[in-house]
Write a protein that binds this ligand. Structure first.
Ligand code: C2E
Ligand code: MG
Ligand code: MG
Ligand code: MG
Length: 286
């Protein structure tokens, strides 16, 4: 009896595994079609200057405008896109639409000082990325390129070094994203010398309740600042969070408290309604 039960379970799992691989195959082929049709669009999340409370930049976050399933977030497709080698293509498509979005903001008279784009290791190592920046009409000084800290460990080959030097020459700002989640190394920071360090929300979120987290964030801020970097706190969800990270010395704040990622139209409306001022740090409850 036990034997047949075991067998039944075994075939249940293989069926599940089979269904999963069918789903991944389907997703992969849908993604290829979506690339052809350029169905990846930029959403925007405000990043706030901790001193003035005004928007300092918007982070560009990809969404898949799926024909039947609606707007899909990156967790629904980035892993598969990476595995089938099309992440750099998606980055390229998003950059193309970003160009349109900025032209639209500028034409409607809203002031968005800077934009931060997430760039995969593959895209950074592809010389067409630098070429696209040069041939776009985006002012390079308005552009921040976010790379994951793993890039400087996995891909610190000559091409990446070349790309980072080119970005520097063009006046593009480089930020290290999700700092602390990969194999963070201070040596890596010294190699890249990013102008901006973004501390991942997993370190930021516990600081309200946990003294050790606060001490950790405080020392990361200290290291970054002593190297001349500006610090962004990610995942700021409440007023108290905002006050704490500001007090610790973070220069910029990003999180649902100030705004979730939104489409270009919504960002434009929000910029008009607020005049770019998302927070009043002075009148915030002490
Ligand atoms: P990221 O670059 O670290 O972006 C921040 C993520 O945190 C976003 O998720 C954002 O919606 C989320 N977030 C922001 N504030 C809060 C908050 O207060 N609470 C919580 N719980 N979450 C918050 P999203 O849009 O799902 O993007 C996930 C990741 O996907 C990004 O993390 C980035 O690594 C990657 N990604 C997004 N767009 C692109 C892209 O165009 N190219 C590449 N290569 N990667 C991208
Ligand atoms: Mg990012
Ligand atoms: Mg991040
Ligand atoms: Mg992230």
């Amino acid at each position: 009896h036990a034997k047949s039960q075991g067998k039944g379970r075994w075939s249940f799992f293989t069926e599940e595994m089979h269904n999963e691989s069918v789903a991944i195959k389907q997703l992969s082929s849908d993604l290829l079609v979506a690339c052809e049709k350029r169905q990846f669009i930029p959403f925007f999340q405000p990043v706030i200057d901790a001193v003035t409370g005004s928007i300092s930049c918007a982070e560009v976050l990809v969404r898949w405008a799926h024909a039947t399933r609606g707007i899909l977030p990156p967790d629904a497709f980035l892993d598969t896109a990476t595995n089938i080698g099309i992440l750099k293509k998606i980055d390229e498509i998003v950059f193309g639409y970003l160009h349109e979005a900025l032209a639209y903001f500028d034409a409607t008279g809203v002031d968005l000082p800077r934009v931060a784009v997430n760039i995969s290791a593959g895209r950074l190592a592809d010389p067409s990325f630098i070429h696209d920046i040069k041939s776009s009409h985006i002012n390079p000084e308005r552009l921040i390129v976010e790379i994951l800290e793993s890039v400087y460990l996995e891909r610190m080959g000559d091409v990446v070094r070349w790309a980072l030097d080119e970005l520097d020459d063009l006046g593009v700002t480089v930020a290290i994203d999700d700092f602390g989640t990969g194999h963070a190394s201070v040596q890596g920071l010294l190699k890249i010398r990013p102008a901006i360090l973004k501390i991942d929300r997993q370190f930021i979120q516990p600081i309200v309740k946990d003294n050790n987290s606060r001490a950790l964030v405080s020392s990361i801020v200290g290291i970054g600042k002593s190297l001349g970097m500006k610090i962004v706190a990610e995942g700021v969800e409440t007023e108290e969070h905002a006050r704490r990270v500001k007090k610790i010395g973070c220069d910029y704040l990003q999180g649902f408290y100030f705004g979730k990622p939104m489409c270009a139209d919504d960002l434009r409306d929000k910029l008009i309604a607020t005049g770019g001022k998302f927070w009043s740090p002075m009148t915030a409850r002490p």
